[in-house]
Design a protein around this ligand. Sequence first.
Ligand code: CA
Length: 225
Amino acid sequence: MRVLVVEDEKRVAAAVRRGLEAEGFAVDVALTGTDGDWLAQENAYDVIVLDIMLPGINGYKLCANLRERGDWTPVLMLTAKDGELDEAEALDTGADDYLTKPFAFVVLVARIRALLRRSTTTQQLIYEAGDLRLDPAAHECRRDETPIPLTAREFSVLEFLIRHKGEVVSKLEILENVWDFAFDGDPNIVEVYIRHLRVKIDEPFDKASIQTIRGAGYRLAADGG
Ligand code: CA
């Protein structure tokens, strides 16, 4: 397993490299966003650990660049900042998970392994609800053949809903399955993502496939709304 670590604090970068190598990972380190962006284009990584505040290209931009190139390598973002807004921003650039600095090394390794498991167990399945179609392997969402670009997290939320189409799923279930049980931020972040999804998959098509079930959660209409 090959990991790219993009981190400008040399001591942190060196410690992460030593630790990950001891765990059996192959590790490349970039000390600037620009180098990180270049390495990510030149090599295939299994996971990218990405600091946000970097010289050159910052972490948000680097992650957005990856996704624009159609590169869905799992990204774990490191943030020194606190607050839901920052988390939402990180996730919305296409990051798959985030970790607030300072962090315990065992937590970093656990998060990396969780991301690896998630990406290697992606099944070759296509989900459908009416004319709404989701292909997790290709990271493609379509409504009646119209491609709908989704961020990694939006995609995961929709994937969870469509796997349970016609059923009511609670906010907590979505959180636990999409953000994993280690998430300790504001559960209302689910609402933010439901809103994003409605704007993308429903409103332009005059549909209402994601139904709010008051006091219970959400339900994706089995017929696509
Ligand atoms: Ca930094």
